[in-house]
Design a protein around this ligand. Structure first.
Ligand code: GLU
Length: 465
């Protein structure tokens, strides 16, 4: 059996959006699940629209998602000579010919065909004229049909009478898109082409080129597009951003790949998959043939699940990076990774994203003097009545030798019994005093993470307020 080779072939005309990332992921999974190779080709032949920035963004996004490619990246623009060499071979073998029809003449042919109830197409006038210049067209078969079994859509067939003698080389000497894709896929040894179904009409045309060259035709699969909740083509207003935008929003890469995989691929009704599991379970049979609907709420949920499972030390490293982006490297150094690693487990059950976690971590990383207090919370809970309670409990805590959750719990239980008050009566004022807010992780675990000095300093400041 020949080795499976799949590829991702983006045009670097914009950032890698999630639709493109999903295509890349499926191709990557196909290769990895079959022990094959995954190649990356940048289709940068449109020099006006292609940018280095977009190329870099694609490469960065794929790296971040963990979609490593094998071998060197192929840049399509560097291969024009090879594309032209193949066109020359097709001319020499009689599978292609020159055509000098003007645009107006071709338009007239198309119009005529339409009037006669046929597909608008070039009528092959120049096939036997023996011209030696002009655009180069493929001599497409005029009988029969061209079909293939799509990995996603099943059998697809197009009558050859419906297909044009397509242009392979333009009058300015540049090879056309379909020709370039076929030559590159062939030369890269690609055996499986998975791509968006906006390319489904190109496939029978590309097969004609493979056949004319006598090359093996790869397997093709076309994945349906992603729709917004309103069933319209997915766009920015649906929350569909570029991959790196999700990184900035604090999503974890494994959550992104998991969610994207589930947009169009399924394995029973399982929702959460590690990359390894996906590699093990992926088959193209699991790819659905109807468009999937992007659901930001579910995406957030998936991310939350991975936030809960993540190693706190890894989250701590990421939180340091996020803080550094916000306040600069120097300022961010004031908070250590070790500090974040202590805080992270407290916040993991609730944080939806790294950005959210950093937000929730703020009360922990500020020092007592600069802690921001929520005004409404202060008014409600830091009152004349609670002041003596806070002062007294702080005095007692100061006397603790071991500042642990168990010790704090004992101390507080004793305190409320003695005073004949409910735990709530002391807990909320304390929470506001040490975090500035009415919501936080468990009171005692929060105190332990803050440490005795910070806890007491904060209560002290609250009492002054
Ligand atoms: N460059 C094409 C695109 O970005 C993909 C071509 C292909 O996958 O065959 O839509």
């Amino acid at each position: 059996m020949t080795k499976v080779v799949s590829r991702f072939a983006p045009s670097p005309t914009g950032f890698l959006h999630i639709g493109g990332a999903r295509t890349a992921l499926f191709s990557w999974l196909l290769a990895r699940s079959m022990g094959g190779e995954f190649r990356l080709r940048i289709e940068d032949t449109d020099r006006e629209r292609s940018t280095q920035e977009a190329t870099d963004a694609i490469i960065d996004s794929m790296r971040w998602l963990g979609l490593a490619h094998d071998g060197e990246i192929v840049f399509q623009s560097e291969r024009a000579a090879r594309h032209n060499e193949v066109i020359d071979q097709l001319l020499a073998s009689g599978h292609a010919y020159y055509c000098d029809c003007s645009k107006e003449a071709v338009d007239a042919m198309r119009e005529k065909a339409m009037k006669e109830g046929r597909k608008p197409k070039y009528d092959g006038t120049c096939r036997d004229r023996g011209l030696t210049s002009g655009v180069v067209r493929l001599k497409a078969p005029q009988e029969g049909a061209t079909g293939y079994k799509d990995l996603v859509k099943g059998f697809i067939s197009v009558e050859n009478t419906e297909m044009d003698d397509m242009i392979l080389r333009r009058s300015d000497g540049t090879p056309t898109y379909n020709l370039a894709v076929v030559v590159d896929d062939h030369d890269m040894g690609v055996t499986h082409v998975l791509r968006g179904d906006d390319h489904v009409n190109n496939t029978p045309r590309q097969i004609l080129i493979y056949r004319a060259m006598g090359w093996d035709v790869p397997e093709f699969g076309h994945v349906p597009m992603i729709l917004g909740p309103d069933k319209k083509k997915l766009s920015k207003r649906h929350g569909a951003l570029s991959v790196m935008e999700y990184e900035k929003m604090g999503y974890l890469p494994e959550a992104v790949t998991n969610y994207l995989a589930r947009l169009g691929w399924s394995h029973g009704d399982q929702e959460l998959f590690t990359m390894d599991e996906m590699v093990e379970l992926f088959t193209p049979d699991g790819l659905g043939n109807s468009p999937s609907v992007f659901d930001l709420t579910k995406f957030e949920w998936v991310n939350g699940q991975y936030m809960q499972k993540a190693d706190p030390d890894r989250l701590a490293g990421l939180l340091c990076d996020f803080l550094a982006r916000e306040v600069g490297e120097d300022q961010a150094k004031a908070v250590s990774r070790a500090q974040f690693a202590k805080i992270a487990p407290l916040l993991q059950p609730r944080a939806k994203s790294l950005v959210d976690m950093l937000e929730q971590a703020r009360p922990f990383i500020q020092d007592a003097a600069s802690l921001a207090y929520d005004e409404a919370a202060v008014k409600k809970f830091l009152t004349g009545e609670t002041k003596p309670l806070l002062t007294e409990i702080a005095d007692r805590m100061a006397g603790l030798d071991e500042f642990t959750e168990a010790a704090l719990e004992d101390l507080h239980r004793g305190f409320i019994e003695e005073k004949g008050i409910k735990f709530k009566a002391i807990a909320q004022p304390l929470r506001v005093a040490i975090t500035g807010k009415t919501q936080s992780p468990g009171l005692f675990e929060t105190m332990v993470v803050l440490g005795k000095d910070q806890t007491l300093a904060r209560i002290g400041r609250a009492v002054e307020l």
